[in-house]
Design a protein around this ligand. Structure first.
Ligand code: C2O
Ligand code: CU
Length: 434
C-alpha cells in the first residue's frame, strides 16, 4: 500500500519591486493529526513541519515573522551567515507582534538550513510542540547537470509523544537526558512513502528533534554525502551510515539506476552512558523509486572550499561543556547562561582555532550562530574532508578542534548545545565579535 508522498507546503512569498524576496511566516497553535492521534501542536503557518522556505544565494530577503502563539517566541534562522542583528535570537516577539528579518545572502551560501524558536527557557517546549521548518538556499552547484536531474526530497526529522491530546510533558529526568518521543516523524508523518524517479536521488536531511539523534542508513545501499550543514563538500564522499545530531543537516545522493523500494533506517546509537539505546533499527521512511532505467552518475566536483587552518594549528581558546547537580544546570566553561554576560570576545576579521571539550558522560552537539567553522581534528585525528559546519557533535569524553571564520560581521551571537533541554538549562554562552 502506498500513501501520497508528503510534500511540505512552500512558504507564502513574493518578489518585491526592487527584487527582494519577501516571505511571511506565522507561529500559531494548530490542531493536527499524527497517525490516529489528534494533537494540539504549535506550528508555522499551520503545517508540521513548517513550510519549506527556498531562497537563492546572493539574494536580498525580507522575512516578516508574526507571533500568533499565546506566549512569547522568536525566530532563529539556523546556520545562515547573516548579520547577527538580522537574526537576533535575543529579541523576544510578544504575542500578536510582527518583526522583520532583512538580510542579504552571501554569494556562496547554498546549503540546507532550518528555522526554529530561540527564546531562552522556552525553546524546548515550543520546539517539542512542533515548531521547526526547512530553509533551503539554492546556488551554482545545484545547477550541475547531475544534480539538476536528481529527484530531491527535503526530510525534516522530528519526534513527538502525545498525552491527552497535547505534546507529552517532560519528566524531571528528561530535563537531564533530553526528551525523545515515541513517534518518529518524517515531514510530519509516521513512516511515509517518498516517491522518486530512477537515477540520482537526493535527500536533504534535517534533524529538527529536541534531543534525539538519528543514525541513518539505507541497508544494502551506499550513501554519497555531498553537503553538511550550510555547505557543499568539494566532492561526493561515500558513507555507509550517517550520524545526525540535533541541529545538523546532511545532503545525500543515492544512485538508483533501476526501479527499487528502499528503506531509510535509524540504527541504534548510544548518545549517553545513562540511556540504553534501542536494540533494533527503526524504519523511518520508504523510498519508492520508479521509472525506466536511467544513468545515475555522481558529479565529480561540487564547489572548491578554502581551508582555514592546518590540522595541527594551536588552539586560541578552549570551550568546555559541563554539568552540575542540585539544582541540575548545564554549563559552558563552568558557568550557566546569563543573558547579560558576554562570555567570549573575538576580534572581527580574525580566524581562531578553538578546542571544544566534552568531559561529560553524554554527547552534546556544539552549535555557533552566524560564524561558520571547519573541523580540524577529533580526538587528535584529522578530519578527512573539508566542509563549513555550524553544528558538530561532541561525543562523551571527546575533544574536537575547529577553525572559525570571524571575517564577515560584528555583533553578539550565541554558542550552545543543540539539545534543547541543555540549552534552556544553561548550556549556552554569548560571543561578542567586534
Ligand atoms: Cu538551531 Cu541557537 O540554534
Ligand atoms: Cu547537551
Amino acid at each position: 500500500m502506498s500513501s501520497p508522498s508528503p510534500i511540505s507546503a512552500s512558504a507564502r512569498q513574493r518578489r518585491l519591486e526592487d527584487g527582494t524576496h519577501f516571505i511571511e511566516l506565522s507561529a500559531l497553535p494548530t490542531r493536527i493529526r499524527i497517525g490516529e492521534t489528534d494533537l494540539e501542536a504549535l506550528t508555522y503557518d499551520g503545517t508540521l513541519p513548517g513550510p519549506v522556505i527556498t531562497l537563492n544565494e546572493g539574494e536580498a530577503v525580507r522575512l516578516a515573522f508574526h507571533n500568533a502563539l499565546h506566549a512569547p517566541t522568536n525566530l532563529h534562522l539556523h546556520g545562515l551567515q547573516i548579520p547577527p542583528q538580522a537574526d537576533d535570537p535575543h529579541r523576544v516577539v510578544a504575542p500578536g507582534q510582527t518583526v522583520t528579518h532583512a538580510f542579504e545572502l552571501l554569494p556562496e551560501s547554498a546549503g540546507t538550513y532550518w528555522y526554529h524558536p530561540h527564546a531562552h527557557g522556552r525553546v524546548t517546549r515550543q520546539q517539542w510542540s512542533g515548531l521547526a521548518g526547512a530553509l533551503i538556499v539554492r546556488g551554482a552547484p545545484d545547477r550541475l547537470p547531475e544534480l539538476a536531474a536528481a529527484s530531491e526530497h527535503v526530510l525534516v526529522l522530528q519526534d513527538l509523544s502525545v498525552e491527552q491530546g497535547l505534546p507529552a510533558p517532560h519528566a524531571p529526568m528528561e530535563w537531564m537526558s533530553g526528551k525523545e518521543g515515541q513517534h518518529l516523524l518524517v515531514n510530519g508523518q509516521i513512516h511515509p512513502v517518498l516517491e522518486a524517479a530512477t537515477g540520482l536521488v537526493r535527500l536533504r536531511l534535517i534533524n529538527a528533534s529536541v534531543a534525539r539523534y538519528y543514525h541513518l542508513a539505507v541497508p544494502g545501499h551506499p550513501l554519497h554525502l555531498i553537503g553538511q550543514d550550510g555547505s557543499f563538500l568539494e566532492a561526493p564522499q561515500p558513507v555507509n551510515t550517517l550520524l545526525l545530531s540535533p541541529g545538523e543537516r546532511a545532503d545525500l545522493l543515492l544512485q538508483v539506476p533501476a526501479a527499487a523500494r528502499l528503506e531509510l533506517h535509524d540504527l541504534p546509537y548510544a548518545r549517553s552512558a545513562h540511556a540504553t539505546p534501542r536494540a533494533a533499527a527503526t524504519p523511518l521512511a520508504t523510498l519508492e523509486v520508479r521509472g525506466p532505467q536511467r544513468p545515475a552518475h555522481l558529479p565529480a566536483r561540487l564547489r572548491p572550499l578554502r581551508r582555514l587552518a592546518d590540522a595541527d594549528a594551536r588552539p586560541d581558546r578552549v570551550v568546555v561543556f559541563g554539568a552540575s547537580m542540585d539544582p541540575p544546570r548545564f554549563l559552558v566553561n563552568g558557568q550557566s547562561y546569563d543573558r547579560h554576560r558576554i562570555d567570549l570576545e573575538v576580534r572581527q576579521g580574525s580566524t581562531e582555532v578553538w578546542e571544544l571539550r566534552n568531559p561529560t558522560r553524554m554527547d552534546h552537539p556544539f552549535h555557533l550562530h552566524v560564524f561558520p567553522f571547519q573541523v580540524l581534528t577529533r580526538n587528535g585525528v584529522p578530519e578527512p574532508f573539508l566542509a563549513w559546519r555550524d553544528v558538530i557533535n561532541l561525543r562523551a569524553g571527546e575533544t574536537v578542534r575547529i577553525a572559525l571564520d570571524f571575517s564577515r560581521f560584528s555583533g553578539d551571537v550565541m554558542l550552545h548545545c543543540h539539545i534543547a533541554e541543555h540549552e534552556d538549562r544553561g548550556m549556552m554562552a554569548n560571543v561578542r565579535v567586534r
